[in-house]
Design a protein around this ligand. Sequence first.
Ligand SMILES: [Zn+2]
Length: 97
Amino acid sequence: MFPLQIRVVDKIDLSVKWDDGSESVIKLNKLRRFCPCATCLSELEKQSKTYIPIFSLDQVSVKEINTVGNYGLMITWQDGHKTGIYEFPFIRMLAGN
Ligand SMILES: [Zn+2]
């Protein structure tokens, strides 16, 4: 599983086309909410199920995306946050495929 093409669509979705021909589309605010870095994970644990986070535009705008080894993506957000490594299976899980 490896991304062939990664795009931000209409500033709200991340689209990843995989080498098996499938595509994952995830809302950027969902991607940010489930940032897998230690800081965000501990924040997420404190939130109740009904809590809806409100992000600033900078927090849900992608500045840069880099692949990490052959297993994940590092997303740099406009607010400078970039400590989360999104492993490929995790991206597919968030997209629901
Ligand atoms: Zn984070």
